[in-house]
Ligand binder design. Structure first.
Ligand code: PRX
Length: 633
C-alpha cells in the first residue's frame, strides 16, 4: 500500500486541505507521483467549466490495471485481492490472490482481443455479482476497451438503450443469476434486448447456473471456451490519462439516462486516494462494500479504489435478507471485516427485523462503517452506530455521485468529528459551496442552499457520451462557473455539510436514481395511458418511493387490469426497481394555464400533506386538485 497517501490526524487533514485548495496542481501532482505511469504527464491540470473542458495529468500514459494488479505482484502477489461470498451461504467462498486475479484478468483480456475487441471499443457487461464481473471490468481496462456495466436488474429495453447509445461491439452476460431465493434468466433478457440492437458482434456468456441456454451460432460464445487456450500474461495497453475508462448510465431530470464518462488518470488517482483516506485502510484489513458493481459505488469502491490500494475487497453475490436478516452480520463475522460500506436503505430494512440478528454475531473486527447513496436519517444512523458499531466505530457518511467518480464530502475514518446525518467536511481537493436562488454564493454558516463545486477534482465526469452539450446543460449551465450537483445542502456553524435531498426532478429510491420524466415516458408507452405525472414521496425504508398519477383513456374501465399492465410496462421499459409503489388514476392533472404540471402540489398530496397546497386558483382546472386529494392513496 501506498502509505504516503494516508492522512493520519485531523490536523493533517486541515493542512492538506488548505494546500489542496491553494495549490491544486502541486497537491495532486505529488499524489499522482506515487502511482505507476508509463510516461509522466506534462501538465497536471487544465480546465474551464464553460465548455466544460477538464483535463488532468495531460500527456501522462498509464494503464489503470497495472496500478490495480501488476504493481502489487512483487510485494502482494500472495495477498488475497478478492473474497467472494456466494448467494447461498452453503456454497464455497472464492478467494483470489493478486497473482490469481492478475492471471485471470490477463487471460480474459486475451480472449477479448481474440474476438476482435480493440482499444476504444465499447463493451457492455450485464453480469451478476460474481468474480467474473470484476474480471471482465478489469480486462476491458487492460486492453483499453471502454466498459459500460449495466446493473443486472435492468430490463431488455434498458439494455438496448445503453448498447445502442454506446454502439457496443460485445456484451458479456451469464445464463442467469441468483438473488436470494430467486433466479433471473439474464441471457434470455439480453437476447430480447439484442433484437433492438445492431452493433453487437459477440455475446460472451458465463455459465453461472448450468441452465440450458440458447446460443446463436457465430454470435454467442461461452466464457470458458474462449479463455481455455489463452495465456495468463497480457501486455497492458498504453492509455492516455484522458482516454475513456468507462461509461456508466445514470438518470437525470430529463430524457433517457445519460452515459457519464470517466477517464483513466484522474479517476485512478482520486478513487485510490479517497478510498484510503475515507476508510483509513491498513495493510491487512478486510474491506467490504455491499453495493453492486452495476452502480458507481461498486466501480469505485469494490473494484478500482481498493485494488489500486492493494486492499482485500469482499464481493457479495446475494441480498441482506437471504437466508435471513442476519446475513450481513454473519459475513462480517466470517471474514473479520474491518471496514464496511452499505446504504441507508439496507440499514433501515435490517433495523425492522430487530437487534437479535446483529447480536448473534461477533462484530468486534469493525473499525469504520460507511453509508452511501442517500441521506441517512438520525434513527438509522444511531442504530448503525450503537448496534453494529457498538459505539466504538467511526461512521463515515459519504456523499458523492456517479458524476463525481469518488467521495466528495465525508469524515475520514475516526479522524474527523462526527455528527449524525451530516456528511461533514470536503475531502482534500474538493471545493464545495452553497448558492442561493439567484446563483449567488452564500457565505454565512447555518444556512441552506444549492450544493455546487467551484473547481474540478481528478475524477469529475468529462462528458456525457455522444452528447457534450447535455453534460454542459445538466451540470455547468445552471450556475456559471460551478458544477451543480442537483442536491440541496445545509452548512452548519462548524462548516459541516448535511445533505437535504435532490432539488431537481430526480427520485432516489433505495439509493437508486430515476428521473420523473424517465418513468413517465415508460408509463406513457402503455396504450391505455393518456398522460401521467410521477413524483417522489418519503418512504420509511426506501428513503423515497414513486407515486404515479395517471389519466387513462375513456375506453379503459377495468382499473385493476390497467394497473397490472402499467406495472408490467414499467418493468419491461426500465426494470422492476422503477415500478411505482402507488398508482392513482385521475381525470386530470393540476396544470398552469401554460400547461405546466404543478408537481409541487402533486408532491404534497403524495406526502399526505394537504393542509397547505398554496394558491390553486390560477390552475387551468382547480377542481381537479380536490378530486385528487379526495382519492389520494
Ligand atoms: O442525491 C444525492 C444522493 O445520491 C445522488 C447520487 O446518486 P448516484 O449517482 O446514483 O450515486 C450514488 C452513490 C454515490 C446524489 O446526488 N446521495 C449520495 N450519497 C449521499 C446522498 N445523499 C445524501 N447523503 C449521502 N451520503
Amino acid at each position: 500500500m501506498n502509505n504516503s497517501l494516508q492522512i493520519r490526524t485531523f490536523e493533517e487533514y486541515q493542512e492538506k486541505y488548505k494546500r489542496s485548495i491553494e495549490h491544486p496542481e502541486l497537491f495532486w501532482g505529488e499524489i499522482a507521483e506515487t502511482f505507476k505511469w508509463q510516461r509522466k504527464w506534462d501538465k497536471v491540470l487544465e480546465w474551464n467549466f464553460s465548455e466544460p473542458k477538464v483535463e488532468w495529468f495531460i500527456g501522462g500514459k498509464l494503464n489503470i490495471t497495472e496500478n490495480a494488479l501488476d504493481r502489487h505482484l512483487a510485494t502482494r502477489g500472495n495477498k488475497t485481492a478478492l473474497i467472494w461470498e456466494p448467494n447461498d451461504p452453503k456454497d464455497d467462498t472464492v478467494r483470489l490472490t493478486y497473482r490469481e486475479l492478475y492471471e485471470k484478468v490477463c487471460q480474459f483480456s486475451n480472449a477479448l482481443k481474440k474476438q476482435g475487441v480493440v482499444k476504444g471499443d465499447r463493451v457492455c457487461i450485464y453480469l451478476p455479482m460474481v468474480p467474473e464481473l470484476m474480471i471482465a471490468v478489469l480486462a476491458c481496462a487492460r486492453i483499453g476497451a471502454v466498459h459500460s456495466v449495466i446493473f443486472a436488474g435492468f430490463s431488455a429495453v434498458s439494455i438496448a438503450d445503453r448498447v445502442n447509445d454506446a454502439e457496443a461491439k460485445v456484451i458479456i452476460t451469464s445464463d442467469g443469476l441468483n438473488r436470494g431465493a430467486k433466479q433471473v434468466p439474464l441471457k434470455r433478457i439480453v437476447d430480447e434486448a439484442l433484437e433492438l440492437c445492431t452493433s453487437i458482434e459477440h455475446v460472451i456468456v458465463y455459465n453461472c447456473l448450468n441452465w440450458p441456454t440458447e446460443m446463436k451460432e457465430g454470435r454467442d460464445l461461452w466464457w470458458n471456451d474462449i479463455i481455455a487456450d489463452e495465456s495468463t500474461e497480457c501486455q497492458a495497453e498504453m492509455m492516455d490519462a484522458e482516454d475513456m475508462l468507462f461509461i456508466l448510465y445514470t438518470s437525470g431530470s430529463t430524457g433517457k439516462p445519460k452515459g457519464v464518462v470517466h477517464t483513466c488518470g484522474g479517476y485512478m488517482v482520486y478513487t485510490a486516494y479517497s478510498f484510503q483516506n475515507v476508510f483509513q485502510y491498513e495493510e491487512n484489513d478486510i474491506y467490504w462494500c455491499t453495493a453492486d458493481i452495476g452502480w458507481v459505488t461498486g466501480h469505485s469502491y469494490i473494484v478500482y479504489g481498493p485494488l489500486i490500494t492493494g486492499a482485500t475487497t469482499v464481493m457479495f453475490e446475494g441480498i441482506p435478507t437471504y437466508p435471513d436478516a442476519g446475513r450481513f452480520w454473519q459475513i462480517i463475522d466470517k471474514y473479520g471485516v474491518n471496514q464496511f460500506l452499505t446504504a441507508p436503505t439496507a440499514i433501515r430494512s435490517l433495523m425492522a427485523f430487530g437487534e437479535e440478528h446483529v447480536m448473534s454475531y461477533d462484530l468486534h473486527s469493525l473499525k469504520v462503517l460507511g453509508s452511501v447513496g442517500e441521506p441517512i436519517n438520525e434513527e438509522a444512523w444511531n442504530w448503525y452506530y450503537v448496534h453494529v458499531g457498538k459505539e466504538r466505530c467511526a461512521i463515515v457518511d459519504t456523499f458523492w455521485q456517479t458524476e463525481t467518480g469518488g467521495v466528495m464530502l465525508s469524515g475520514l475514518g475516526n479522524l474527523s468529528p462526527m455528527k449524525p446525518t451530516f456528511a461533514g467536511y470536503p475531502l482534500p481537493g474538493i471545493h464545495p459551496c452553497l448558492l442561493d436562488q439567484e446563483g449567488k454564493e452564500i457565505e454565512e454558516s447555518d444556512t441552506e442552499g444549492y450544493l455546487c463545486f467551484k473547481a474540478p477534482w481528478p475524477s469529475i465526469l468529462r462528458t456525457t457520451y455522444g452528447d457534450h452539450e447535455r453534460c454542459r446543460l445538466t451540470y455547468f449551465a445552471y450556475y456559471d462557473g460551478y458544477y451543480f450537483t442537483g442536491d440541496g445542502a445545509r452548512r452548519d456553524a462548524d462548516g459541516m455539510y448535511r445533505l437535504i435531498g435532490r432539488v431537481d426532478d430526480v427520485i432516489n429510491v433505495s439509493g437508486h436514481r430515476f428521473g420523473t420524466a424517465e418513468i413517465e415516458n415508460a408509463i406513457n408507452t402503455n396504450s391505455k395511458v393518456i398522460e401521467s405525472a410521477v413524483v417522489g414521496y418519503p418512504h420509511p425504508i426506501k428513503g423515497q418511493s414513486i407515486y404515479a398519477y395517471i389519466i387513462l383513456d375513456d375506453a379503459t374501465s377495468d382499473s385493476q387490469l390497467a394497473r397490472a399492465e402499467i406495472i408490467e410496462t414499467v418493468a419491461s421499459e426500465i426494470g422492476k426497481i422503477a415500478i411505482p409503489e402507488k398508482i392513482q388514476f385521475v381525470s386530470g392533472l393540476p396544470k398552469t394555464r401554460s400547461g405546466k404540471i404543478m408537481r409541487r402540489i402533486l408532491r404534497k398530496i403524495a406526502e399526505g400533506d394537504v393542509s397547505n397546497l398554496g394558491d390553486t386558483s390560477t390552475l387551468l382546472d382547480p377542481l381537479v386538485v380536490e378530486e385528487i386529494v379526495k382519492n389520494a392513496l
